[in-house]
Design a protein around this ligand. Structure first.
Ligand SMILES: [Zn+2]
Length: 141
């Protein structure tokens, strides 16, 4: 494991975001296992919220999908979210993320396209569209 991943792992455990992620995984009856980069993969998450292919809380990456889903660009994307938790000192990230989603929704009608966290994690890697802000759209119907 890279040193930066180890630091992130320890920071996100201490700031309680990873323990919260593990609790959410348990509530959603997901199967957890050790993943790459110090992450914990939680497959088979059963709660239909949030609506996403995968989401991250601390170092825990949760998905309703089975083993093998968390790879490539999506894993890169979720790994960046884990780093964002470390920079946000853990749980405040949840509040900031909701605010960023609201701002994005107001700007363009989509919660991710102008969400600072999603843009920094990579919209394309997360499978999100690049929706133009309302004022840059054609006014014709
Ligand atoms: Zn994301």
């Amino acid at each position: 494991m890279r040193r930066s991943h180890r630091i992130r792992q320890v920071v996100n455990y201490l700031n309680l975001s990873t323990p919260l992620g593990l609790l959410i995984a348990r509530l959603g009856r997901a199967r957890t296992r050790r993943g790459e980069r110090g992450l914990v993969y939680a497959h088979g998450y059963r709660i239909p919220f949030p609506v996403a292919g995968a989401f991250t809380v601390g170092n825990v990456v949760l998905t309703k999908h089975g083993d093998g889903y968390l790879t490539g660009c999506l894993l890169d994307h979720e790994s960046r979210h884990a780093t964002q938790y470390a920079y946000c000192v853990g749980l405040p990230m949840l509040v900031l993320y909701v605010l960023a989603s609201a701002v994005s929704y107001v700007l363009c009608g989509h919660p991710a396209s102008w969400n600072l966290f999603e843009r920094m994690a990579g919209l394309d890697d997360g499978g999100y569209p690049r929706v133009h802000p309302r004022w840059r759209r054609s006014r014709s119907v």
